[in-house]
Structures are given as structure tokens and as C-alpha cells.
Design a protein around this ligand. Structure first.
Ligand SMILES: NC(=O)c1ccc[n+]([C@@H]2O[C@H](COP(=O)([O-])OP(=O)(O)OC[C@H]3O[C@@H](n4cnc5c(N)ncnc54)[C@H](O)[C@@H]3O)[C@@H](O)[C@H]2O)c1
Length: 303
């Protein structure tokens, strides 16, 4: 890739600062804009703290600059990654501003979790250079980035972005059709829908759902994907299992009434102390620590 491309990140929250960090560590100069002054003021320290915790050189944070205006952040960028709030109208407005201020050749990417990229980019003059880059939290511990192609995206834009992300150490995959939730969140939420239905239907409690996942196939998932697993046991056995079980799985088209009731009752999960289960501050801290340590150990093993 020769000289490292300049990158702009729009939005300096949880995802934006982590994305900027990964690209800075890879040697890119990264300009970051956020309209909230506190997010810009704390940007460098947040990145330096992450790097120190990871045992990496905190000086990489010096390649990240905090820009008070969006125009200054994107003016000379080869790639702009938007990581603002998950709101379609806001993202559309942001890309109108980004397209007006960025070089005509810049690749424009959204980090949306589930909104189709086509909807976000619908107002652009040049949708050939627009795509999705869906990073996962935290970007410096989770390897995957889904690169989402719309019907308008140029193949060269996808290839260039995949090459940049791969050179930055990410596991970049191409999503060839712009469907809501892309690949990762579709798979994840298909599982969550059934998990909630099992609890709502009284088959088992929430703790049991989580124990089953963690003590069985969750153990294998980091090294054995579902379709590898289907091939391992045989497509004939997979078919036989599906003949019996699929018709009984939850197919509710919208969110579960059980989930809606939790939200209506103010049981929002850890932030209110109760969701599917009760969470003491100690339990929350232990779970967060466990997740971070697990992700760090997988990364250290090269997985
Ligand atoms: N949190 C996750 O696990 C996760 C994972 C993958 C993708 N995403 C997606 O990434 C995006 C950002 O999520 P997040 O978790 O970092 O949210 P966040 O709330 O931590 O950060 C959003 C940032 O956007 C800023 N912002 C508000 N208005 C803006 C504007 N007009 N222009 C630029 N920035 C603006 C906010 O000040 C804030 O710093 C969302 O689209 C989200 O769905 C989140």
C-alpha cells in the first residue's frame, strides 16, 4: 500500500476512538471529529490508556489528531469512517457534509451496526465510493471488520478497503449484499431470538441459556464455525436435525413481547441492575473483566 493513507473518523465515542487507535497503530495519520468537546478533549488519553493496558506503545496516539470541525477532519482523507450515533437521518446528514468536504476520490464508510448502507448513502452524488465497514467492540480486541458492498459500490473501493484493513491486522470479510444486520448481527440475533423465546416459553431460565451456550458450542465457536460444524457432523445429519427442530424454533417476526415487557418495566440490564437477570456491581465488573481477558488471550494466541 506504499505510503499510509490518511484516514478520518467522524464520531469519537466507544467505536470511533477504538477504530482511530487501530489505524494509528498501523501507521496511519488519523483525524477525528466529534461535535462534543469532551469527546475530543479526552480522545488522546483514552487511546493512550488502552494502549498502555494492552502493553503497546502509547506513542501511536500521537498520530491521532482531534479536529473541532468535520471539514478539517476529512479535507485530505483517503478514507472517511463514520462512527456517529445509530440514527439514519443523522447519518444521512453527516454523509452529505462529508461528501461536500472530502476529496472526490475518498472512500466513504459507515460503521453502522445494522442500518443498510444503501439507505445511509442514498443522497450521495457518487455512491460508487460508499460502503460499510462494520467493526466490533472493542475494535482493538475483536479482529473482524465486515466490509459491506451496496449495489452501487465499485469493486475497486471494496478491494482497496479490504487491503487497508488487512494491512492494519484486521480480519476483513466482504459482505456482497447490503442486508440489514449484515452477516454477524444476523447470526447473533437469530440466536438471541431463540434464547429469549426459550425463557419466555418457560423451557429454562436465562442463566441456563447462557450456561448452555458457554459450556457447549460457545467453547468451539472460536475455532469451528457453524458450517464447518455441519460438514464435520455431516450434511445428512444436519438435514435430519433440521427436519425435526426447525419448525419448532421461534419465528416471531418482530421483537419478543417478553423483551418489550422488560424494557417497559425499566429492566434495561446492567445499567439498571436488572434485565434478564439481576446484576450487582461486583458481578458486572467480574463479567466485563472476564470478557476482556478472554478476548486478550484469544488475540495473544493469534485467533
Ligand atoms: N457499541 C458497539 O458495540 C458498536 C459495535 C459496532 C458498531 N457500532 C456502531 O458504531 C456507531 C457508533 O457507536 P458507539 O457505540 O461508538 O456510540 P457512542 O455513543 O459511544 O459514540 C457516538 C459518538 O458520536 C458523536 N456524535 C453525535 N453527533 C454527532 C455528529 N453529528 N457528528 C459526529 N459525531 C457525532 C457523539 O458525541 C459520540 O461521541 C453506531 O452507528 C453504532 O451502531 C457500535
Amino acid at each position: 500500500m506504499g505510503e499510509k493513507a490518511r484516514v478520518a473518523v467522524v464520531g469519537a465515542g466507544l467505536m470511533g476512538h477504538g477504530i482511530a487507535q487501530v489505524l494509528a497503530v498501523a501507521g496511519h495519520a488519523v483525524r477525528v471529529h466529534d461535535p462534543a468537546p469532551a469527546m475530543l478533549a479526552t480522545l488522546g488519553d483514552r487511546i493512550r490508556r488502552n494502549l498502555t493496558d494492552l502493553g503497546q506503545d502509547p506513542q501511536a496516539a500521537d498520530r491521532v489528531s482531534a479536529e473541532p470541525t468535520l471539514a478539517a477532519a476529512v479535507a485530505d482523507a483517503a478514507l472517511v469512517i463514520e462512527a456517529g450515533p445509530e440514527n439514519l437521518a443523522l447519518k444521512r446528514a453527516l454523509f452529505a457534509e462529508i461528501e461536500a468536504a472530502a476529496p472526490a476520490t475518498a472512500i466513504l464508510a459507515s460503521n453502522t451496526s445494522v442500518i443498510p448502507i444503501t439507505q445511509i448513502m442514498a443522497g450521495l452524488d457518487e455512491p460508487r465510493r460508499a460502503l460499510g465497514t462494520h467493526w466490533w467492540n472493542p475494535p482493538y480486541l475483536v479482529p473482524l471488520v465486515e466490509v459491506i458492498k451496496t449495489a452501487s459500490t465499485a469493486a475497486a473501493a471494496v478491494e482497496w478497503t479490504v487491503a487497508l484493513l488487512t494491512a492494519a491486522g484486521k480480519t476483513a470479510v466482504v459482505v456482497a449484499k447490503d442486508v440489514p444486520g449484515f452477516v454477524g448481527n444476523r447470526l447473533q440475533h437469530a440466536l438471541w431470538r431463540e434464547a429469549i423465546a426459550l425463557v419466555a416459553n418457560g423451557v429454562c431460565d436465562a442463566r441456563t441459556v447462557d450456561t448452555v451456550v458457554k459450556a457447549v458450542f460457545g467453547r468451539r465457536l472460536a475455532v469451528l464455525g457453524p458450517l464447518e460444524n455441519a460438514d464435520l457432523v455431516g450434511t445428512d445429519l444436519t438435514l435430519a436435525i433440521h427436519e425435526t427442530v426447525l419448525a419448532d424454533l421461534d419465528r416471531t417476526p418482530g421483537p419478543s413481547p417478553y423483551l418489550r415487557a422488560l424494557v417497559a418495566a425499566g429492566k434495561l440490564g446492567m445499567k439498571t441492575g436488572e434485565g434478564f437477570r439481576r446484576w450487582s456491581p461486583e458481578d458486572q465488573a467480574a463479567l466485563r473483566r472476564r470478557v476482556t481477558e478472554h478476548l486478550e488471550s484469544l488475540l495473544a494466541e493469534g485467533l
